[in-house]
Design a protein around this ligand. Structure first.
Ligand code: BES
Ligand code: MN
Ligand code: ZN
Length: 511
């Protein structure tokens, strides 16, 4: 059931809900108003009195002052407050607060509400946070997310969050209604990406991933073109064919487009859609192989992102493209030692069939570049090396364009998603030299995420502006339940959206 949001300028103590969660600036860090003026209100105002002094006592005991990431949780034992629980979240210094902090606060609150089996949550924004209303709504949607589709009986959640009242101290923004709707669309899109990523590989495979993309496109009035195995072969997507042919579930390819009347830019987002990565003939060890059900997180991100684009309708042309395949060992599987052509035309010597992602992406990039994008983004759970380098809560990204790098890092700051820039070190290209083909598709262990990026770069043609994201974290799954922007499924979508919205807001028309 969708969450119903209400926004109201009122003190949380006057509201009714199962849980009241409020954000609190570090004491003394907020503008208190000038001399002789009343101190600024906070969302905790009124609680101490209503609770007969229990709040101040608990604040003293726990030394709760609103420090960032501190919390204070109190059961409510008075009829004067119409809730079961009050939770205060410390937000730190008012002046250093960001959109990402408010999103995370709201997500934590929603997650706590789920933990309390709450149906109704009151979310109290502190004074000055009104401008981040959309991020707060996004956070609630993301934090309330659970993947419960396959639970039955007692394992099904007992309650679901259905109502959220967001309270403000100052007047809420005039376009509060729009901001709430936008925030919900964003949350739903990221959660769609997470749902797809979390689906098990016996249910979600190349064909059903395309069906999900089609359902999304229909709902949001987007155009979608999908290729089946015959079409993939006909078009010369040989690398996608190679990777996909060793499975009963044949590969697919999808191109979703959103084309407004006078777009400012054309941006393409490409995703890796390996619905299960066994490693193929170069099979993976058993431990953790099940995590490879998330190896289509890049494609899932594309579908979730396009759902948001279809709903928010930014003035930028956006194309979402994914190649999907199941990487399996089989009599028909491609082998180490094979030499395959590609959509680009280059020949590729196969070294290790577990490096399948870069192969299907190579064909997807060669397809995408023909659309002449101003910015070409790809995202993929591409290498274990990236997880080794950055851990499972951070993605890596590559670009050789310094302006794009700046823009990207601003987008990352706004999304709160951890993503670090990694370098395209040219020397490592030597590792991709083959004696028998134009390229070898893997290098050695060292610098594995970089050599994968260098391999992909061979397939972008003359595209000037390309960003490659090695989103390693999501392959480890939705390990951070209830959302914290670090890692987990859906990681990356908020950043891509920021880049697109920035292009829509700032750039003059280029066409
Ligand atoms: N999907 C994996 C990468 C991966 C593994 C991401 C674990 C996140 C967690 C990818 O297809 C793969 O197997 N890559 C190999 C490449 C190697 C054979 C050159 C890897 O990283 O080990
Ligand atoms: Mn692999
Ligand atoms: Zn893979």
């Amino acid at each position: 059931m969708p969450v119903k949001f209400t926004v109201r300028k009122v003190l949380p103590v006057k509201e009714t809900g199962d849980v009241i969660a409020v954000g609190v600036w570090l004491s003394g860090s907020s503008s208190k108003g000038g001399r002789g003026k009343k101190p600024e209100q906070t969302p905790l105002d009124g609680f101490d009195r209503a609770m007969n002094g229990a709040l101040l006592k608990a604040q003293k005991k726990d030394e709760f002052k609103g420090k960032k990431d501190s919390t204070l949780s109190l059961p409510i034992q008075t009829a004067r407050v119409k809730a079961n629980k009050l939770i205060a979240f410390g937000l730190g210094e008012h002046r250093s607060i960001t959109e990402a902090d408010i999103r995370t606060f709201a997500a934590k609150a929603a997650r706590a509400a789920n933990g309390e089996r709450a149906k109704k949550l009151v979310l109290g924004l502190p004074a000055g946070a009104e401008q981040f209303l959309r991020a707060a709504v996004e956070g609630v949607e993301l934090g309330a997310y659970r993947f419960t589709k396959y639970l039955t009986g007692d394992r099904k959640p007992k309650a679901e969050l259905t109502q959220v009242t967001i309270t403000t101290i100052n007047e809420p923004p005039a376009n509060a209604k729009d901001l709430v709707a936008q925030g919900q669309h964003v949350g739903h899109g990221v959660n769609l990406a997470r749902d797809l990523s979390n689906e098990p590989p016996n249910e979600l495979f190349p064909d059903t991933l395309v069906l999900a993309a089609k359902a999304m496109a229909k709902e949001h009035g987007l155009k979608i073109q999908a290729f089946d195995f015959a079409e993939i072969k006909k078009r010369g997507m040989k690398l996608l064919q190679a990777v996909g042919q060793g499975s009963e579930r044949k590969p697919t390819f999808a191109h979703i487009s959103y084309v407004p009347a006078k777009p400012k830019k054309r941006i393409i987002v490409v995703g890796k859609g390996i619905t299960f990565d066994s490693g193929g003939i170069s099979i993976k060890p058993a431990a953790g192989m099940g995590d490879m059900r998330h190896d289509m997180s890049g494609a899932a991100n594309v579908v979730g992102l396009m759902a948001i684009i279809g709903a928010l309708k930014p003035n930028v042309e956006v194309h979402g493209i994914f190649a999907a395949a199941e990487n399996m060992p089989d009599g028909a599987a491609y082998r180490p030692g094979d030499i395959w052509g590609s959509l680009d035309g280059k020949s590729v010597e196969i070294v290790n069939t577990d490096a399948e992602g870069r192969l299907i992406l190579a064909d997807a990039l060669a397809y995408a570049r023909e659309l002449k994008p101003d910015l070409l983004i790809d995202n993929a759970t591409l290498t274990g090396a990236c997880v080794v380098a950055l851990g499972s809560t951070c993605s890596g990204y590559y670009t050789s364009n310094e302006d794009t790098a700046k823009e990207w890092s601003a987008a990352v700051a706004g999304s709160g998603e951890q993503m670090w820039r990694l370098p395209l070190i040219e020397e490592l290209k030597d590792q991709l030299k083959s004696d028998v083909a134009d390229l070898k598709h893997t290098g050695d262990r060292w610098g594995g995420s970089i050599s994968a990026a260098l391999f992909l770069r061979e397939f972008i043609g003359t595209t000037k502006n390309w960003v490659h994201c090695d989103i390693a974290g999501p392959a480890i799954g939705d390990r951070i339940r209830g959302w914290d922007p670090k890692g987990g499924t859906g990681h990356g979508v908020l950043t891509f959206l920021k880049v697109i919205e920035h292009a829509a807001a700032a750039a003059p028309a280029t066409v």
